[in-house]
Design a protein. Structure first.
Length: 337
């Protein structure tokens, strides 16, 4: 009987943790590769330790860099979880066998279209893309030329913005790739590349991460860019003269999480995913990051429009994943980035 209890007790503890409330687990670790913000990870690290007793160790990358690292380490994984970044960056990892199949019981509270049908990754938040501009620099340098504030990407190809824009590189930034792919879905291939060619004339350089452009615009180093609305709103709350415009037919991301195949701390990785998908953590994530939760019982981010008031594009995620190599290559040919 003692042997039987010893065998089943760990499983009971894990199941009870998110059914009856958090219980302290063994003082072990889970290693996370994250495409979330550093500040978000600090808060989640502390909360995860409080709720589970498990140490969370993490490294922050752009979505593209994180995905590339997981892929490069597929035969000798160094992390247990990959979290953040849009779900299309998870597709090549699944194909390469770099992800572990795990269906969290808490995924039942999220619409099935946001889950991998085979259970290799799980969507848990949504972000929408926006145009951001520095209010002060626009007033001083652009408005005197007779232009109104930008309402969408087309406004940024005006020659008045030459050298005053910054962008993110689709080869390394998930948001940068989604922005470019969305031009193909909304304009057609020829129209998209004509637009990128025109926009490139006004862009000073392309950053490695999608969020890197925000501080450059917020501090006035550049006038405008394209960026995630939720990340940009953090700068607004900090008092920077940053304006956020969510255009019609904007792109959106479905941020995901996955257990890495060969994870050394497999059980803790599963506990982390279960924990991440709860209502409480969904609300914490929204309050921290301004992202929209995919759980219907989580309140929307304060200060941003309700998700039902945003007109998003018909973004084909499967096609986006399949055409990424072609898109990145063409973008590099046009921009030299």
């Amino acid at each position: 009987m003692k042997k039987l209890l010893t065998a089943i007790l760990p499983a009971i503890l894990v199941i009870s943790m998110f059914v009856c409330g958090p219980l302290m687990a063994a003082n072990e670790s889970v290693i996370v590769y994250s495409a979330l913000n550093e500040g978000d990870m600090v808060a989640l690290q502390k909360k995860f330790k409080e709720d589970t007793g498990i140490n969370l160790e993490y490294m922050v990358f752009s979505a593209g860099e994180g995905s590339a690292r997981v892929l490069a380490e597929a035969k000798a994984p160094q992390a247990d979880i990959f979290v953040g970044g849009s779900m299309e960056v998870y597709a090549p990892l699944k194909t390469a066998g770099a992800l572990h199949q795990y269906r969290s019981p808490n995924a039942k509270d999220i619409a099935p279209e946001y889950s991998d049908p085979d259970g290799y990754w799980q969507g848990w938040y949504m972000g929408v893309q926006s145009i951001i501009y520095n209010r002060d620099r626009f007033k001083e340098e652009i408005a005197p030329k007779g232009l109104k504030p930008p309402e969408g990407p087309d406004d940024l190809i005006n020659p008045a913005y030459k050298g005053l824009l910054v962008g993110s590189n689709p080869a390394t930034a998930g948001g940068g790739y989604i922005f470019v792919a969305n031009q193909i879905f909304t304009r057609g291939e020829k129209g998209a590349w004509d637009f990128i060619t025109a926009l490139n004339k006004n862009i000073d350089h392309y950053t490695k991460g999608a969020g890197d452009v925000i501080s450059l615009v917020a501090t006035g180093e550049f006038v405008a860019s394209y960026a995630w609305a939720h990340d940009s709103y953090n700068s607004v709350k900090q008092g920077y003269p940053l304006e956020i415009v969510i255009p019609q037919n904007t792109a959106f991301e479905v941020g995901a999480v996955a257990v890495i195949e060969g994870a050394h701390n497999l059980q803790n990785a599963k506990i982390f995913m279960d924990w991440l998908l709860t209502k409480e953590i969904g609300q914490i994530n929204t309050d921290l990051s301004n992202r929209y939760s995919l759980r219907s019982d989580v309140s929307p981010p304060k200060g941003l429009p309700k998700v039902e008031d945003i007109k998003v594009s018909d973004y084909d995620r499967q096609k986006a994943a399949k055409m990424k190599d072609m898109v990145v290559k063409k973008f590099s040919q046009i921009t030299g980035a």
